[in-house]
Design a binder for this molecule. Structure first.
Ligand SMILES: [Zn+2]
Length: 232
């Protein structure tokens, strides 16, 4: 069974969470503005799915060593961000005895480590899944230790730290890759959790938008609506 695991698929599935809005938006003539609505825009219905999804709850090891700037409550921020996807019916939870990622032979983990220096990538996730069944079996989520982070919860708190990335918002995005969502296509998707780009001081991606919820419906046969978003 281990030989069937999708280790090549894992490499191909590495999810890059870009650092700059401007990088993608300038190509379309749109301007990045910090005055955009900070919550996910429930009018945007875009989503993209991958070939894998969860079929059971998973546990993970959490290590916030390497997180710098405002990280005291980083564990709470990670849990808050990841739990945005509990609406799928499956959960990812921290555990002292976490399940093993069969692709690496090590526990599923969420941790901080060097990625590309203070560069473009702020976090990445390596999902491990069975290529035959599409079942998500394990994951490694890495936050860039060279990036400034904040354990802020809520729009106002995160706006007060405009140079630090919200751990909760980025955890929500990265967890979306574990649940089987790819980056939302289109130029209007920047407020969705699965937008490929993020900006510091922004908490909005911690709340699922319409496309994010439609993606969960497509993958998990749920019936989430696009109105009355939790946290709005
Ligand atoms: Zn991503």
């Amino acid at each position: 069974l281990l030989l069937r695991l999708a280790c090549l698929g894992v490499l191909l599935s590495i999810a890059f969470f870009g650092r700059f809005y401007d990088r993608s938006h300038t190509a379309n003539g749109a301007q990045h503005s910090t005055d955009k609505p900070a919550q996910a825009d429930d009018a945007v219905r875009a989503f993209a799915v991958t070939k894998h999804r969860l079929r059971r709850d998973l546990t993970y090891h959490l290590d916030t060593a390497g997180c710098s700037d405002h990280c005291q409550d980083g564990a709470d921020a990670v849990a808050s961000g990841v739990s945005a996807w509990d609406v799928s019916g499956f959960t990812l939870t921290q555990s002292a005895a976490p399940a093993i990622d069969p692709c690496t032979g090590t526990p599923n983990s969420i941790s901080w480590a060097a990625i590309d220096g203070p560069g473009r990538m702020i976090a990445l996730t390596r999902p491990c899944f069975n290529q035959k069944t599409g079942e998500l079996l394990g994951f490694q989520m890495t936050f860039n230790s060279a990036t400034a982070w904040s354990d802020c919860i809520g729009l106002a708190a995160c706006h007060q730290l405009p140079h630090s990335y919200s751990i909760a918002a980025v955890a929500a995005h990265e967890a979306g890759h574990i649940y089987g969502l790819d980056h939302a296509p289109g130029t209007l998707s920047s407020r969705l959790t699965m937008s490929a780009v993020a900006s510091p001081g922004d908490y909005g991606h911690a709340t699922l938008g319409c496309g994010d919820r439609l993606g969960i419906n497509a993958l998990y046969k749920t019936h989430l609506e696009c109105v009355a978003l939790p946290g709005d």
